[in-house]
Design a protein around this ligand. Structure first.
Ligand code: SF4
Ligand code: SF4
Length: 143
């Protein structure tokens, strides 16, 4: 099992600071990989990342909700070009630096979302077809 970062991730980066095995990586290029991703081969399921996320975007794999009900006002991020995701989002990350995400959507209260669809991108990021780790990733949060 592993932990999963879902599309509620807005690149705060707080999870990265607490992960004891340094297996959380910001997606790059951001237009294709808008979230941070957890390497399923390295994650030790310690759970330290979950309370650090201000957007409650992280779940254990087996508790990733298939019927998440939005309270309203949450933002969901997707790769640029995804239908319906045409709102730019801007905020500050865990270190106070500006974060811009091009392709988000503000959720309305009561919307039901299946976040199990976000499990495969988490794996794909580190497997064939995904960029995985790279040099200098600490500077990559906004690239
Ligand atoms: S703390 Fe949450 S929003 Fe920030 S990078 Fe981690 S999962 Fe994404
Ligand atoms: S559960 Fe622990 S090891 Fe896995 S990503 Fe979160 S902080 Fe890192």
């Amino acid at each position: 099992m592993t932990h999963i970062i879902t599309s509620l991730c807005l690149r705060d980066g707080g999870c990265v600071d607490v992960c004891p095995v340094e297996c959380i990586v910001p997606g790059k290029p951001q237009d294709k990989w808008p979230w941070f991703y957890i390497d399923p081969e390295v994650c030790i399921d310690c759970g330290a990342c979950i309370p650090e996320c201000p957007f409650e975007a992280i779940f254990t794999e087996d508790e990733t909700p298939d019927a998440f009900e939005a309270t309203g006002g949450e933002f969901q991020a997707m790769p640029v070009g995804t239908d319906g995701f045409d709102t730019p989002w801007e905020g500050n990350n865990h270190h106070g630096n500006t974060v811009k995400i091009e392709s988000t959507k503000e959720l309305e209260a009561g919307v039901i979302l299946d976040f199990t669809e976000d499990i495969q991108p988490n794996y794909a990021f580190f497997e064939e077809g995904g960029p995985g780790y790279w040099d200098g990733w600490e500077d990559a949060a906004n690239e």
